[in-house]
Design a binder for this molecule. Structure first.
Ligand SMILES: Cc1cc2nc3c(=O)[nH]c(=O)nc-3n(C[C@H](O)[C@H](O)[C@H](O)COP(=O)(O)OP(=O)(O)OC[C@H]3O[C@@H](n4cnc5c(N)ncnc54)[C@H](O)[C@@H]3O)c2cc1C
Length: 474
Protein backbone atom coordinates (compact mmCIF):
# COMPACT_ATOMS: atom_id res chain seq x y z
CA UNK A 1 0.00 0.00 0.00
CA UNK A 2 1.36 3.43 -0.86
CA UNK A 3 0.94 5.95 1.95
CA UNK A 4 0.19 9.63 1.47
CA UNK A 5 3.61 10.48 2.96
CA UNK A 6 5.35 8.19 0.46
CA UNK A 7 3.58 9.88 -2.45
CA UNK A 8 4.67 13.22 -1.06
CA UNK A 9 8.25 12.09 -0.49
CA UNK A 10 8.33 10.81 -4.10
CA UNK A 11 7.41 14.35 -5.08
CA UNK A 12 10.31 15.59 -2.92
CA UNK A 13 12.67 13.10 -4.60
CA UNK A 14 11.83 14.60 -7.98
CA UNK A 15 13.03 18.00 -6.72
CA UNK A 16 16.41 16.99 -5.33
CA UNK A 17 19.55 15.23 -6.63
CA UNK A 18 20.30 13.49 -3.34
CA UNK A 19 18.40 10.61 -1.84
CA UNK A 20 15.10 10.62 0.06
CA UNK A 21 14.85 7.83 2.64
CA UNK A 22 11.76 6.76 4.58
CA UNK A 23 11.44 3.98 7.20
CA UNK A 24 12.07 0.59 5.63
CA UNK A 25 14.39 1.91 2.90
CA UNK A 26 17.87 0.40 2.64
CA UNK A 27 20.26 2.76 4.41
CA UNK A 28 17.51 4.40 6.52
CA UNK A 29 18.72 2.89 9.79
CA UNK A 30 22.34 3.83 9.16
CA UNK A 31 21.34 7.36 8.24
CA UNK A 32 19.28 7.96 11.38
CA UNK A 33 21.99 6.64 13.76
CA UNK A 34 24.03 9.27 15.62
CA UNK A 35 27.13 9.10 17.80
CA UNK A 36 25.37 8.95 21.18
CA UNK A 37 23.63 5.56 21.49
CA UNK A 38 21.17 7.05 24.01
CA UNK A 39 19.51 8.69 20.99
CA UNK A 40 17.37 6.27 18.98
CA UNK A 41 14.88 8.21 16.91
CA UNK A 42 12.93 7.50 13.74
CA UNK A 43 12.46 10.46 11.42
CA UNK A 44 9.60 10.28 8.88
CA UNK A 45 11.90 11.42 6.08
CA UNK A 46 15.66 11.71 5.66
CA UNK A 47 16.95 13.93 2.88
CA UNK A 48 20.50 12.88 2.13
CA UNK A 49 21.68 15.96 0.26
CA UNK A 50 24.08 15.74 -2.65
CA UNK A 51 24.37 19.48 -3.27
CA UNK A 52 23.43 22.81 -1.70
CA UNK A 53 20.43 23.09 -4.04
CA UNK A 54 18.82 20.08 -2.27
CA UNK A 55 18.35 22.05 0.94
CA UNK A 56 15.64 24.58 -0.05
CA UNK A 57 13.20 21.90 -1.35
CA UNK A 58 13.78 19.90 1.84
CA UNK A 59 12.93 22.95 3.99
CA UNK A 60 9.86 23.69 1.85
CA UNK A 61 8.70 20.07 2.09
CA UNK A 62 9.08 20.06 5.89
CA UNK A 63 7.04 23.27 6.10
CA UNK A 64 4.29 22.01 3.75
CA UNK A 65 4.04 18.68 5.58
CA UNK A 66 4.30 20.13 9.08
CA UNK A 67 7.42 18.04 9.79
CA UNK A 68 9.88 19.16 12.45
CA UNK A 69 13.21 19.96 10.80
CA UNK A 70 16.54 18.64 12.06
CA UNK A 71 20.02 19.08 10.57
CA UNK A 72 22.76 16.47 10.74
CA UNK A 73 26.38 17.45 10.19
CA UNK A 74 28.62 14.78 11.73
CA UNK A 75 25.88 13.53 14.10
CA UNK A 76 28.13 13.95 17.16
CA UNK A 77 26.22 16.34 19.37
CA UNK A 78 25.51 14.75 22.71
CA UNK A 79 21.93 16.11 22.77
CA UNK A 80 21.03 14.34 19.52
CA UNK A 81 19.08 17.29 18.09
CA UNK A 82 20.16 16.24 14.61
CA UNK A 83 17.45 13.57 14.53
CA UNK A 84 13.82 13.66 15.69
CA UNK A 85 10.97 11.16 15.86
CA UNK A 86 8.59 11.74 12.95
CA UNK A 87 10.52 14.74 11.60
CA UNK A 88 12.50 15.54 8.47
CA UNK A 89 16.25 15.20 8.79
CA UNK A 90 18.55 17.08 6.43
CA UNK A 91 21.54 14.75 6.31
CA UNK A 92 24.90 15.97 5.03
CA UNK A 93 26.80 12.71 5.27
CA UNK A 94 27.01 12.64 1.46
CA UNK A 95 28.62 16.10 1.28
CA UNK A 96 32.15 15.85 2.69
CA UNK A 97 34.26 17.62 0.14
CA UNK A 98 37.16 19.82 1.33
CA UNK A 99 38.77 22.04 -1.33
CA UNK A 100 42.06 23.68 -0.39
CA UNK A 101 43.67 26.71 -1.99
CA UNK A 102 47.21 26.51 -0.66
CA UNK A 103 48.17 29.84 -2.28
CA UNK A 104 45.60 31.88 -0.33
CA UNK A 105 45.61 29.38 2.59
CA UNK A 106 41.87 28.87 2.47
CA UNK A 107 39.66 25.80 2.61
CA UNK A 108 36.06 25.47 1.39
CA UNK A 109 34.39 22.72 3.36
CA UNK A 110 31.07 20.95 2.88
CA UNK A 111 28.96 20.45 6.03
CA UNK A 112 29.15 16.65 6.17
CA UNK A 113 32.94 16.66 6.54
CA UNK A 114 34.35 15.22 9.74
CA UNK A 115 37.49 16.60 11.34
CA UNK A 116 39.36 13.64 9.81
CA UNK A 117 38.14 14.64 6.31
CA UNK A 118 39.16 18.23 6.97
CA UNK A 119 42.59 17.50 8.47
CA UNK A 120 43.50 14.99 5.78
CA UNK A 121 42.80 17.47 2.99
CA UNK A 122 44.50 20.50 4.55
CA UNK A 123 47.48 18.52 5.80
CA UNK A 124 48.35 17.54 2.22
CA UNK A 125 49.52 21.17 2.10
CA UNK A 126 50.93 21.19 5.66
CA UNK A 127 48.13 23.55 6.69
CA UNK A 128 45.61 23.44 9.57
CA UNK A 129 43.10 25.45 11.55
CA UNK A 130 41.88 24.85 15.12
CA UNK A 131 39.28 22.07 15.33
CA UNK A 132 38.40 19.50 18.01
CA UNK A 133 40.32 16.57 19.38
CA UNK A 134 38.24 13.64 18.12
CA UNK A 135 38.50 13.11 14.39
CA UNK A 136 35.00 11.67 13.87
CA UNK A 137 33.34 14.93 15.05
CA UNK A 138 31.53 16.94 12.35
CA UNK A 139 33.03 20.25 11.28
CA UNK A 140 29.54 21.80 10.93
CA UNK A 141 28.17 21.53 14.46
CA UNK A 142 31.63 22.09 15.96
CA UNK A 143 32.10 25.35 14.05
CA UNK A 144 28.59 26.70 14.61
CA UNK A 145 28.95 26.28 18.37
CA UNK A 146 32.48 27.79 18.54
CA UNK A 147 35.03 24.97 18.22
CA UNK A 148 38.27 24.50 20.13
CA UNK A 149 41.16 22.05 20.19
CA UNK A 150 44.94 21.73 20.28
CA UNK A 151 45.55 24.82 18.15
CA UNK A 152 43.17 27.14 19.99
CA UNK A 153 45.82 28.65 22.24
CA UNK A 154 47.76 29.66 19.15
CA UNK A 155 45.05 30.51 16.61
CA UNK A 156 41.80 30.94 18.55
CA UNK A 157 38.48 29.14 18.27
CA UNK A 158 37.37 27.52 15.02
CA UNK A 159 34.98 30.46 14.48
CA UNK A 160 37.89 32.90 14.78
CA UNK A 161 39.19 31.28 11.60
CA UNK A 162 35.89 31.22 9.72
CA UNK A 163 35.96 33.63 6.77
CA UNK A 164 32.53 33.02 5.27
CA UNK A 165 29.67 30.55 5.04
CA UNK A 166 26.82 29.83 2.62
CA UNK A 167 23.55 29.65 4.50
CA UNK A 168 20.09 28.57 3.30
CA UNK A 169 17.69 30.69 5.34
CA UNK A 170 14.21 29.69 6.53
CA UNK A 171 12.64 31.16 3.35
CA UNK A 172 14.86 28.92 1.18
CA UNK A 173 17.16 31.72 -0.05
CA UNK A 174 20.89 30.93 -0.26
CA UNK A 175 22.83 33.72 1.47
CA UNK A 176 26.51 34.44 1.71
CA UNK A 177 27.54 35.33 5.26
CA UNK A 178 30.86 37.10 5.86
CA UNK A 179 32.17 40.35 7.37
CA UNK A 180 31.00 41.98 4.11
CA UNK A 181 27.80 40.07 3.25
CA UNK A 182 25.01 39.73 5.81
CA UNK A 183 27.47 40.59 8.60
CA UNK A 184 24.78 40.15 11.27
CA UNK A 185 24.13 36.60 10.12
CA UNK A 186 27.89 35.97 10.04
CA UNK A 187 28.17 37.24 13.61
CA UNK A 188 25.29 35.01 14.73
CA UNK A 189 26.51 31.75 13.19
CA UNK A 190 29.87 32.13 14.94
CA UNK A 191 28.62 30.49 18.12
CA UNK A 192 24.84 30.69 17.67
CA UNK A 193 24.60 27.07 16.48
CA UNK A 194 22.03 25.90 13.94
CA UNK A 195 19.47 28.59 14.82
CA UNK A 196 19.75 30.78 11.75
CA UNK A 197 19.75 28.55 8.70
CA UNK A 198 21.34 25.55 7.06
CA UNK A 199 25.02 26.00 6.28
CA UNK A 200 25.96 24.38 2.98
CA UNK A 201 29.60 25.51 2.87
CA UNK A 202 32.20 26.89 5.27
CA UNK A 203 35.29 28.82 4.27
CA UNK A 204 38.22 28.77 6.69
CA UNK A 205 41.59 30.46 6.84
CA UNK A 206 44.50 28.05 7.35
CA UNK A 207 47.88 28.22 9.06
CA UNK A 208 51.13 26.40 8.32
CA UNK A 209 51.47 23.28 10.50
CA UNK A 210 53.34 20.02 10.43
CA UNK A 211 52.84 17.57 8.85
CA UNK A 212 54.68 16.36 12.00
CA UNK A 213 53.98 17.71 15.47
CA UNK A 214 55.47 16.87 18.85
CA UNK A 215 52.75 15.25 20.91
CA UNK A 216 51.78 12.39 23.18
CA UNK A 217 50.70 11.25 26.63
CA UNK A 218 52.34 11.18 30.06
CA UNK A 219 50.58 9.01 32.65
CA UNK A 220 50.61 9.31 36.46
CA UNK A 221 48.71 7.39 39.15
CA UNK A 222 45.46 9.00 40.31
CA UNK A 223 46.74 9.09 43.90
CA UNK A 224 49.23 11.75 42.73
CA UNK A 225 46.59 13.73 40.83
CA UNK A 226 46.43 16.53 43.38
CA UNK A 227 50.14 17.34 43.07
CA UNK A 228 50.12 16.76 39.31
CA UNK A 229 47.17 19.10 38.70
CA UNK A 230 48.43 21.73 41.15
CA UNK A 231 51.73 21.85 39.24
CA UNK A 232 49.89 21.69 35.92
CA UNK A 233 47.93 24.86 36.66
CA UNK A 234 51.17 26.70 37.53
CA UNK A 235 52.95 25.32 34.46
CA UNK A 236 50.32 26.39 31.93
CA UNK A 237 50.38 29.98 33.22
CA UNK A 238 53.74 30.57 31.54
CA UNK A 239 53.64 27.98 28.73
CA UNK A 240 53.92 29.39 25.19
CA UNK A 241 50.78 29.37 23.01
CA UNK A 242 52.33 26.76 20.69
CA UNK A 243 52.21 24.30 23.58
CA UNK A 244 48.93 22.86 24.78
CA UNK A 245 48.46 20.40 27.64
CA UNK A 246 45.11 18.86 28.60
CA UNK A 247 44.51 16.60 31.57
CA UNK A 248 42.28 13.52 31.67
CA UNK A 249 41.32 11.57 34.79
CA UNK A 250 40.05 8.07 34.05
CA UNK A 251 40.92 4.36 34.15
CA UNK A 252 44.02 3.59 32.10
CA UNK A 253 43.16 2.03 28.74
CA UNK A 254 45.34 -0.93 27.63
CA UNK A 255 47.87 1.29 25.89
CA UNK A 256 50.97 -0.59 24.73
CA UNK A 257 53.40 1.83 26.40
CA UNK A 258 51.84 1.24 29.85
CA UNK A 259 52.85 -1.77 31.96
CA UNK A 260 50.06 -4.35 32.04
CA UNK A 261 49.42 -3.91 35.75
CA UNK A 262 48.57 -0.25 35.13
CA UNK A 263 45.78 -1.12 32.66
CA UNK A 264 42.38 -0.51 34.24
CA UNK A 265 43.80 1.42 37.22
CA UNK A 266 42.85 5.02 37.89
CA UNK A 267 45.26 7.53 36.40
CA UNK A 268 45.74 11.14 35.47
CA UNK A 269 47.00 11.65 31.94
CA UNK A 270 48.65 14.77 30.55
CA UNK A 271 48.02 15.03 26.80
CA UNK A 272 50.75 17.17 25.30
CA UNK A 273 50.71 18.97 21.95
CA UNK A 274 53.45 21.23 20.59
CA UNK A 275 53.42 23.00 17.25
CA UNK A 276 57.17 23.02 16.74
CA UNK A 277 60.26 20.85 16.52
CA UNK A 278 61.14 17.91 18.79
CA UNK A 279 64.11 19.62 20.42
CA UNK A 280 62.05 22.60 21.62
CA UNK A 281 59.15 20.31 22.49
CA UNK A 282 61.36 18.10 24.65
CA UNK A 283 62.78 21.11 26.46
CA UNK A 284 59.35 22.59 27.09
CA UNK A 285 57.70 19.46 28.43
CA UNK A 286 60.63 18.26 30.55
CA UNK A 287 59.18 19.82 33.78
CA UNK A 288 55.94 17.83 33.35
CA UNK A 289 57.79 14.57 34.02
CA UNK A 290 58.72 15.80 37.49
CA UNK A 291 55.08 16.35 38.49
CA UNK A 292 54.93 12.80 39.92
CA UNK A 293 55.94 9.19 39.31
CA UNK A 294 55.47 8.60 35.60
CA UNK A 295 53.79 5.24 35.00
CA UNK A 296 54.47 5.41 31.30
CA UNK A 297 54.75 7.88 28.45
CA UNK A 298 54.58 8.03 24.72
CA UNK A 299 55.66 11.42 23.43
CA UNK A 300 57.46 12.25 20.22
CA UNK A 301 57.15 13.41 16.65
CA UNK A 302 54.07 12.11 14.86
CA UNK A 303 51.87 13.17 12.01
CA UNK A 304 49.31 15.78 13.03
CA UNK A 305 46.58 13.66 11.40
CA UNK A 306 47.71 10.71 13.54
CA UNK A 307 47.59 12.79 16.73
CA UNK A 308 44.13 14.08 15.79
CA UNK A 309 42.94 10.45 15.83
CA UNK A 310 44.67 9.37 19.01
CA UNK A 311 41.58 9.81 21.24
CA UNK A 312 39.21 8.16 18.74
CA UNK A 313 39.47 4.65 20.28
CA UNK A 314 38.17 6.04 23.60
CA UNK A 315 35.33 7.92 21.93
CA UNK A 316 33.87 5.43 19.50
CA UNK A 317 30.16 5.65 18.58
CA UNK A 318 27.72 3.13 20.02
CA UNK A 319 28.15 3.94 23.74
CA UNK A 320 25.61 5.71 25.91
CA UNK A 321 26.81 9.19 26.84
CA UNK A 322 25.73 11.95 29.21
CA UNK A 323 28.17 14.85 29.38
CA UNK A 324 28.24 18.11 31.30
CA UNK A 325 30.58 21.06 30.98
CA UNK A 326 31.60 24.29 32.68
CA UNK A 327 34.00 27.10 31.77
CA UNK A 328 36.66 28.27 34.22
CA UNK A 329 39.06 31.19 34.40
CA UNK A 330 41.24 29.31 36.91
CA UNK A 331 41.56 25.98 38.67
CA UNK A 332 41.00 26.89 42.31
CA UNK A 333 41.85 24.56 45.20
CA UNK A 334 38.14 23.90 45.74
CA UNK A 335 37.70 22.88 42.11
CA UNK A 336 40.77 20.67 42.30
CA UNK A 337 39.31 18.84 45.32
CA UNK A 338 36.00 18.42 43.49
CA UNK A 339 37.72 16.95 40.44
CA UNK A 340 39.63 14.50 42.64
CA UNK A 341 36.54 13.48 44.59
CA UNK A 342 34.58 12.57 41.45
CA UNK A 343 37.55 11.01 39.63
CA UNK A 344 37.76 8.69 42.63
CA UNK A 345 34.25 7.32 42.03
CA UNK A 346 33.98 6.76 38.28
CA UNK A 347 30.74 4.82 37.68
CA UNK A 348 32.06 2.97 34.61
CA UNK A 349 35.48 2.24 33.09
CA UNK A 350 34.63 4.59 30.20
CA UNK A 351 33.82 7.67 32.28
CA UNK A 352 36.32 10.48 32.58
CA UNK A 353 36.90 14.06 33.65
CA UNK A 354 38.54 16.14 30.98
CA UNK A 355 40.40 19.42 31.56
CA UNK A 356 40.80 21.31 28.27
CA UNK A 357 43.09 24.34 28.09
CA UNK A 358 42.00 27.29 25.95
CA UNK A 359 44.08 30.12 27.41
CA UNK A 360 45.61 32.19 24.64
CA UNK A 361 44.36 33.59 21.34
CA UNK A 362 40.69 32.74 22.08
CA UNK A 363 40.82 35.11 25.08
CA UNK A 364 42.07 38.00 22.96
CA UNK A 365 38.84 38.35 20.98
CA UNK A 366 36.29 40.77 22.51
CA UNK A 367 33.17 38.94 23.83
CA UNK A 368 30.85 40.96 21.61
CA UNK A 369 32.85 40.19 18.42
CA UNK A 370 31.10 36.84 17.83
CA UNK A 371 27.93 35.23 19.19
CA UNK A 372 30.14 32.91 21.28
CA UNK A 373 31.04 35.21 24.14
CA UNK A 374 32.84 33.19 26.83
CA UNK A 375 36.13 34.85 25.94
CA UNK A 376 37.31 34.77 29.53
CA UNK A 377 37.21 30.94 29.60
CA UNK A 378 40.74 29.64 30.03
CA UNK A 379 39.73 26.06 30.83
CA UNK A 380 36.74 23.96 29.80
CA UNK A 381 36.15 21.04 32.12
CA UNK A 382 33.89 18.24 30.95
CA UNK A 383 32.53 15.29 32.79
CA UNK A 384 32.20 12.52 30.22
CA UNK A 385 29.59 10.08 31.51
CA UNK A 386 29.90 7.09 29.20
CA UNK A 387 28.79 3.47 29.56
CA UNK A 388 27.58 0.45 27.64
CA UNK A 389 23.98 -0.36 28.48
CA UNK A 390 20.75 1.27 29.63
CA UNK A 391 20.93 -0.37 33.06
CA UNK A 392 23.86 1.94 33.85
CA UNK A 393 21.97 5.12 32.87
CA UNK A 394 20.85 6.01 36.37
CA UNK A 395 24.29 5.81 38.00
CA UNK A 396 26.11 7.41 35.09
CA UNK A 397 23.72 10.35 34.80
CA UNK A 398 23.66 10.86 38.58
CA UNK A 399 27.48 10.95 38.74
CA UNK A 400 27.73 13.43 35.84
CA UNK A 401 25.07 15.72 37.30
CA UNK A 402 26.56 15.58 40.79
CA UNK A 403 30.01 16.57 39.48
CA UNK A 404 28.47 19.36 37.41
CA UNK A 405 26.68 20.75 40.48
CA UNK A 406 29.66 20.43 42.77
CA UNK A 407 31.91 22.22 40.25
CA UNK A 408 29.37 25.02 39.52
CA UNK A 409 30.49 27.40 42.33
CA UNK A 410 33.97 27.60 40.77
CA UNK A 411 32.80 28.07 37.16
CA UNK A 412 32.96 31.30 35.19
CA UNK A 413 30.05 32.79 33.29
CA UNK A 414 28.90 31.51 29.93
CA UNK A 415 28.73 27.92 28.79
CA UNK A 416 29.63 25.97 25.70
CA UNK A 417 26.51 24.97 23.75
CA UNK A 418 28.39 22.19 21.96
CA UNK A 419 28.52 20.17 25.18
CA UNK A 420 24.97 20.76 26.40
CA UNK A 421 22.63 17.84 26.93
CA UNK A 422 19.03 18.07 25.74
CA UNK A 423 17.82 18.88 29.27
CA UNK A 424 19.88 22.08 29.43
CA UNK A 425 17.63 24.32 27.30
CA UNK A 426 17.26 26.75 30.20
CA UNK A 427 21.03 27.28 30.24
CA UNK A 428 21.16 28.67 26.70
CA UNK A 429 20.25 32.25 27.63
CA UNK A 430 23.00 32.38 30.26
CA UNK A 431 25.46 30.81 27.81
CA UNK A 432 25.29 33.87 25.57
CA UNK A 433 25.14 36.48 28.34
CA UNK A 434 24.87 40.02 26.96
CA UNK A 435 24.95 38.69 23.37
CA UNK A 436 21.57 36.99 23.75
CA UNK A 437 19.50 40.12 22.97
CA UNK A 438 21.27 40.62 19.62
CA UNK A 439 20.96 36.92 18.81
CA UNK A 440 17.22 37.08 19.47
CA UNK A 441 16.85 40.07 17.20
CA UNK A 442 18.79 38.34 14.36
CA UNK A 443 16.83 35.12 14.91
CA UNK A 444 13.59 37.03 14.46
CA UNK A 445 14.84 38.44 11.18
CA UNK A 446 16.16 35.20 9.63
CA UNK A 447 13.86 32.59 11.19
CA UNK A 448 10.78 34.35 12.60
CA UNK A 449 8.78 31.10 12.85
CA UNK A 450 11.62 29.28 14.62
CA UNK A 451 11.61 26.40 12.16
CA UNK A 452 15.25 25.80 13.15
CA UNK A 453 14.50 24.96 16.76
CA UNK A 454 16.09 21.52 17.18
CA UNK A 455 19.26 22.98 18.69
CA UNK A 456 20.24 25.03 21.73
CA UNK A 457 17.33 27.19 20.86
CA UNK A 458 17.38 30.97 20.78
CA UNK A 459 13.80 32.19 21.19
CA UNK A 460 11.76 34.56 23.32
CA UNK A 461 10.00 31.66 25.09
CA UNK A 462 13.32 29.95 25.81
CA UNK A 463 14.62 33.25 27.20
CA UNK A 464 11.62 33.49 29.55
CA UNK A 465 12.24 29.92 30.78
CA UNK A 466 15.94 30.72 31.27
CA UNK A 467 15.13 33.82 33.34
CA UNK A 468 12.74 31.83 35.56
CA UNK A 469 15.42 29.16 36.06
CA UNK A 470 18.01 31.81 36.98
CA UNK A 471 15.60 33.38 39.49
CA UNK A 472 14.92 29.93 40.98
CA UNK A 473 18.62 29.16 41.44
CA UNK A 474 19.46 32.69 42.77
C1 LIG B 1 33.49 12.58 21.23
C2 LIG B 1 33.32 14.06 21.12
C3 LIG B 1 34.43 14.89 21.15
C4 LIG B 1 34.28 16.25 21.04
N1 LIG B 1 35.39 17.06 21.07
C5 LIG B 1 35.24 18.38 20.92
C6 LIG B 1 36.39 19.24 20.89
O1 LIG B 1 37.52 18.80 21.04
N2 LIG B 1 36.19 20.57 20.72
C7 LIG B 1 34.94 21.10 20.56
O2 LIG B 1 34.86 22.32 20.38
N3 LIG B 1 33.85 20.32 20.57
C8 LIG B 1 33.97 18.99 20.75
N4 LIG B 1 32.85 18.19 20.78
C9 LIG B 1 31.52 18.82 20.70
C10 LIG B 1 31.15 19.03 19.25
O3 LIG B 1 31.67 20.27 18.84
C11 LIG B 1 29.63 19.04 19.09
O4 LIG B 1 29.13 17.78 19.43
C12 LIG B 1 29.21 19.40 17.67
O5 LIG B 1 27.86 19.77 17.65
C13 LIG B 1 29.43 18.25 16.70
O6 LIG B 1 29.09 18.63 15.41
P1 LIG B 1 28.40 17.58 14.43
O7 LIG B 1 28.20 18.26 13.13
O8 LIG B 1 29.16 16.31 14.45
O9 LIG B 1 27.03 17.34 15.21
P2 LIG B 1 25.52 17.17 14.77
O10 LIG B 1 24.91 16.41 15.90
O11 LIG B 1 25.38 16.65 13.41
O12 LIG B 1 25.00 18.64 14.78
C14 LIG B 1 24.81 19.35 15.98
C15 LIG B 1 23.86 20.50 15.71
O13 LIG B 1 24.51 21.47 14.90
C16 LIG B 1 23.59 22.04 14.00
N5 LIG B 1 24.07 21.77 12.64
C17 LIG B 1 24.81 20.73 12.20
N6 LIG B 1 25.09 20.88 10.90
C18 LIG B 1 24.50 22.03 10.51
C19 LIG B 1 24.45 22.73 9.29
N7 LIG B 1 25.05 22.28 8.19
N8 LIG B 1 23.76 23.90 9.25
C20 LIG B 1 23.14 24.38 10.35
N9 LIG B 1 23.16 23.75 11.53
C21 LIG B 1 23.85 22.60 11.61
C22 LIG B 1 22.25 21.40 14.28
O14 LIG B 1 21.52 22.22 15.17
C23 LIG B 1 22.61 20.10 14.94
O15 LIG B 1 21.62 19.62 15.81
C24 LIG B 1 32.98 16.82 20.91
C25 LIG B 1 31.86 15.98 20.91
C26 LIG B 1 32.02 14.62 21.04
C27 LIG B 1 30.80 13.76 21.10
Amino acid sequence: MTTRRQVKSDKLQSRIRGEVLVPGDAGYDDARRVWNAMIDRQPAVIVRCREAADVAPAIAFARESGLELSIRGGGHHIAGHSVSDGGLMIDFSGMKNVAVDSGTRRASVQPGATLADFDRAVQLHALATPVGINSTTGIAGLTLGGGFGWLTREYGMTIDNLLAADVVAADGKLLRASEKDHPDLFWAIRGGGGNFGVVTQFEFKLHPLGPSVFAGLIVFPLREAKEVLAQYREFVESAPAELNVWAVLRQAPPLPFLPQDVHGTEVVVLAVFFDGNARDGERLIQPLRRFGNVLGEHVGLMLYTQWEQSFDPLLTPGFRNYWKSHNFTRISDGLLDTILEFAGKLPSPHCEIFVGLLAGAANEVPPEATAYNARDARFVINVHGRWENAKQDHDGIAWSRAFFQAAAPYASSGAYINFMTADEGERVTAAYGPNYARLLEIKQRYDPENIFHLNQNISASQQARGKTAQRRSA
